[in-house]
Structure formats: C-alpha cells, structure tokens
Design a protein around this ligand. Structure first.
Ligand code: F6P
Length: 459
C-alpha cells in the first residue's frame, strides 16, 4: 500500500485530530502517503475532490495537533447512499485518478453504514469516533436481536429482548474516543448547576447528548446528579414524581440529568422534533427534551406542593432547564481520548496495511489485561437487513429504581475514568486559560492554515 485517503464524517468530537495524528504517524512508519479529504464524504463526492497531503516526505504536517479538538479536515453529515451506484463509481474514479489504494474513515455508525458500499469497490477501514459511545455491540450476537415491522405503513425497527446482563469483557468497542471528554464536560456542568440549584432551592433538569443511547447520561453520575434518566428505559412518571417529592422535601432542591432521547411511557421520544426530522444519516433530531420533562413534572407536582414548602409561588418557577449542548463535543480532548484515539488511528492503518477490508479498529477491555486494541469485521455489526444500529446502553448498567448507574454500570465506567485525566490536562488549564496571550492575540485557526495546502483533482 503506497497511498491511502482519510476522512472524518458525522458530528465532530474532541478526539478527531488525535485519531488522524495516530493514523498519519503510523503511515509514516509504513512509508504510506496519506491524503486527507476535506469535509468527509462531501469532499469525496465533490468533483474537485479537495484534499491535502498530510505527510509529505513521510513527515506529519505541523498543523495536525492531536491536542486540538475538532477535525483539521472538517466534517459533514453527508453520507454515501448505498443504493446510489453512481456515487460509488464517482469515488472509484477519484481514487483511481489520485492513485489511492485504500480509505480510512473516522466515524460512527452512520459513517460505517456509508462505508459499506465503498468497501465493495476498494479496501476501507474505520477508526471509531463518537461522543455518544454508541458504536459497537454489547455482545457479538446483538445485531440478530432487531426486528423490522410495519406500523401504519411505516417500516420500524424494534429491539427484541436480549441477554439480561452483559459481561464487560464481551463488549465490542468498550469506549469510543470522544466519549470520555464529553462526560468530563457534562460532569463538570452538573457540579456547577448543583450549587446554584441548591442556593435557590430549585430543580434543575440538565439535558445531555447521546441520541438514543444513554452512555453520556450514565457517565454524568460523576457529577452526582440526584436522578439520571436514560433513553433505554421508558419514563415511569409516577416513580419519578414520587422520587422528586422525596428529594425536594429532604434537600429543597434537585438535579436531574436527562438523555436527549428519553421516551415517555407511550414509547414516544420526548424531544423528537417530529418523526420525520432526521439528519442525512437517518438519525432523529432532538430538541427540547428537558423542557418537555419540566412541563410534565411541574404540572404533576403542582404549585401547592412548593407553596407548602414556602419556597416558590409556582411550580414552573422552581424548575429550570439547561442543555450542555455542543460544549460536549468541542475543545481539548482529555488524556483517555487523546491516547486511545491515536492508538485506534494507528491500528486502522495497520489493518489497511495487512490487506483487511471493511474492518473496524476497536478498543476492548477485560479485568486481566485492561484496555487492548483489536478489530472486527463490520459485517458482524450489521443486522439481517444489513443495517448497523447505534449501540444502546445495556439496561443491566442502569438501576431504574434508584435512577443511577447499577453496580455493573459503575464497574463499566471506572476503567475509563479512573485515570482519564492526565496531569498535563490540569497543567494545560493552569497555563493556558488565563494566559495574557489570549487577550492580546486572536484565535489562530489551524483549519485556515490548512486551506493553503488544499489541492483538487484539477490542480
Ligand atoms: O451524534 C453526535 C451528536 O452530538 C448527538 O449526541 C446529537 O444529538 C447530535 O450529534 C447533534 O447534532 P448537530 O450537531 O447536528 O446538532
């Protein structure tokens, strides 16, 4: 293999540059040239095929900084349509014109679905990324637990009952680069909201990302919220109301973390804008989950309950909602993400170099050996209709009665977060955040600097 292409697709994460960096450094060792495509699959489908040489003379370009969040190459939510043969042929022509021998995609389940048709035309591998931590499997036979059914003329997937408990060592792709930093941001946010909710005797509802997967919500436990609600367990409104009453009576405030994809007792997502609002990968787009929950709970608890506690005039004024939002996806990656992102990027290059196709680099964990790198054939992640589904948090990791991680959930989180932050992360905050240089100089965009290196097919 002499020359490969790399791209970053889907929503960004703080660890993307670290993955690209790890891949390019490994390619340098193998004496493989790396072309970075600009803006993910959008760049690949662009007739000009904008790209950049990431390692001229097998030296990584200086703009590529593994500690800098986001992606130097840019990302988009454009995906390859598996049913569009013309798209695949167009990419094939571009690869031929640029003498590219293989493709490394950095992405999540949407990217992996988009990579499937391409892998029939030339070698492709995936290095995982997603803050949602939903790329992978709880156990190897999980894809067979999906059923496809027709509801009101619409085809819908439904999860069939699976194993009652997971073994942590069976999890395929235990944690994905981007997840740890997102949890770090969320846990800090929860801590900060806590003290203000406490001071003003209010109930805070904090909405976190993750789509239909509750991993980020689960990890928010490090910020010690009183109640965690995950999308995998439909809301039990009576139990939630009664827990809130208990909490408020005892501590005169409460902090709730809600995953943006939580579903009500009727199985409908609280925050789905509408079932027809999907992004180009087919993901439902969420908005207003926390607000919706606030309206439900304020009505249930009612003004009298709070007047009785002589705290507030109305239930509405007790509650406030906050979305952690895109801060979860941005900024400097913490050590866990930097380190394993770079490792997985390198592993993906090794897979291409070894002649593998449609393979995914994975991060495994077991008690005896800790974290190790591995890989899986992407075909194992597909269901019988060939779709790769986002991994859901296994409910054995969550205690629905306490609204907290279960014992197993805590055991799942600890290997990731025990030493997720390095002393260099702490030093970075101390040295950089209030550096006088930040006041005097404008932000120097590495992505702007990279533009000067961009080439197209027509150059
Ligand atoms: O999949 C990553 C993710 O950050 C989700 O957690 C979230 O729902 C979505 O992307 C947000 O997408 P956008 O950046 O397009 O608003």
């Amino acid at each position: 293999m002499k020359r490969i292409a790399i791209l970053t697709a889907g929503g960004d994460t703080p660890a993307l540059n670290a993955t690209i960096y790890g891949a390019v450094e490994r390619a340098n060792q193998h004496k493989i040239e790396v072309l970075g495509f600009i803006r993910g699959f959008a760049g690949l489908l662009d007739t000009r095929a904008p790209h950049v040489r990431l390692n001229p003379l097998y030296q990584t370009i200086p703009e590529l900084d593994p500690c800098h969040g986001g992606t130097l190459l840019g990302a988009s939510r454009t995906y390859i349509d598996p049913s569009n043969r013309e798209q695949v042929d167009a990419v094939k022509r571009t690869f031929h014109a640029l003498n590219i021998d293989g493709l490394l995609c950095i992405g999540g389940d949407g990217t992996l679905n988009g990579m499937q048709p391409l892998s029939e035309a030339f070698p492709c591998v995936l290095a995982p990324k997603t803050i949602d931590n939903d790329l992978g499997l709880n156990y190897i036979d999980e894809p067979n637990e999906w059923a496809l059914e027709e509801v009101g003329g619409e085809r819908r997937y439904r999860r069939l009952p699976g194993r009652p408990e997971v073994r942590l060592a069976d999890i395929i792709n235990y944690a994905t680069p981007g997840y740890a930093t997102a949890v770090f941001v969320v846990a800090q946010g929860v801590e900060r909201i806590r003290t203000t909710a406490e001071s003003h005797r209010r109930i805070a509802i904090i909405e976190v990302m993750g789509r239909e997967s509750g991993y980020i919500a689960l990890g928010s436990a490090y910020g010690q919220p009183d109640i965690i609600l995950i999308p995998e367990v439909p809301l039990d409104l009576d139990a939630l109301e009664s827990r809130l009453r208990e909490l408020y009576s005892l501590q005169k405030h409460a902090v709730i973390v809600v995953g943006e994809g939580v579903v009500g007792p009727d199985g409908k997502q609280l925050g789905a804008i509408s079932t027809s609002s999907v992004d180009p990968a087919g993901n439902v787009m969420f908005s207003g989950t926390a607000e919706h929950l606030k309206r439900i709970m304020a009505k249930r608890l009612g003004d009298d309950f709070f007047r009785m506690h002589r705290r507030h005039e109305s239930a509405e004024s007790v509650f406030f909602t906050r979305k952690v939002g895109h801060t979860q996806r941005g900024g400097r990656p913490i050590r866990f993400d930097r380190f394993y992102a770079a490792q997985l990027g390198g592993k993906a290059v090794d897979l291409l170099e070894q002649g593998q196709n449609n393979a995914v680099a994975t991060l495994q964990w077991c008690e005896e050996r800790g974290f190790t790198l591995d890989s899986i054939d992407a075909n194992h992640l597909r269901d019988q209709w060939r779709i790769i589904h986002p991994r859901m948090l296994h409910t054995s990791l969550y205690d629905a009665h306490r609204f907290q991680p279960s014992k197993l959930g805590c055991q799942y989180l600890m290997p990731i977060f025990d030493s997720a932050i390095g002393s260099e992360d702490v030093e970075f905050i101390r040295d950089e955040l209030f550096s006088a240089g930040s006041l005097l100089n404008r932000y120097q965009s590495k992505n702007v600097a990279l533009q000067k290196r961009v080439q197209t097919l027509h150059d």
